[in-house]
Design a protein around this ligand. Sequence first.
Ligand SMILES: [Zn+2]
Length: 283
Amino acid sequence: MSLTNEQNNKNKKLFIWAASLTIFFAMLEIVYGFITGSLMIIGDGIHMSSDAIALILSLIATIMATKATTNKRTFGYKRFEPIAAFINGLTLVLLPIYIIYEAINRLFTPVEIIPKQMMVVGIIGLAINALVGYILSKGNSNLNMRSAILHVFADMITSLSAVIVALAIMFFDLVWLDPIGSIVTSIIIIRGGIAITKESFNILMEGTPNGYSVEGIKNSIKGINQDLTVEDVKIWCLSEEEVYTLIKVNSSANMVKNTQKVIKELVSNTTKIPSEHIYVDIN
Ligand SMILES: [Zn+2]
């Protein structure tokens, strides 16, 4: 489902606000992570940088959605989104691996941590994530927007755990909780990173999108008319939201004139792929 230009413009503004706040906070976390010595804060700073990239990508995708295609780029810039998501996903796997390595080192040779400042950064993180979540919830709902909001809620939990760890260091001197906490959050981030990498890789490889079945389409076409033989079915998506299918059908002599139209309508009804995205080739 596509949003109108007006709705896109509104989402654009909200994404700009959310991205700016996130970039600001990511920089603050990385600087303060080094000042306070907290690996949890540094790790979260890296994670928030990737969040900022994801928000900027959503912004670019929203802008691109209103851009017309050209003769040189007949699909426009729609593939920009999965390409950038793939790079972002890989970063989310590789950087946490480094954080885990560093955390293991710190378990053996503990580094001094300033818990008070660590707690302050955690509280700012909670506030900023709550604000970003609020800003995004004002937007017009689509897949992009919903996943962004869900993600921000998960991040609030990370900020909260940084505050709890800071308190534990402050009152009980449990310095080892910081590397342990950063290992746990790194594993969560890696899992998300693998999912993003796999999903965008599938789009780039023109793989069959999740929830669509080549067999299902073949069977429903055979159901129209026994004379029809399906030679080939391809389903792919340009970006997360735009699915296309190409169907090659052979038919014998008594083919009805409007078979093409019937196939398009049938496939469109069963798969929800818009009929203008369906190409049916009858020989
Ligand atoms: Zn995040």
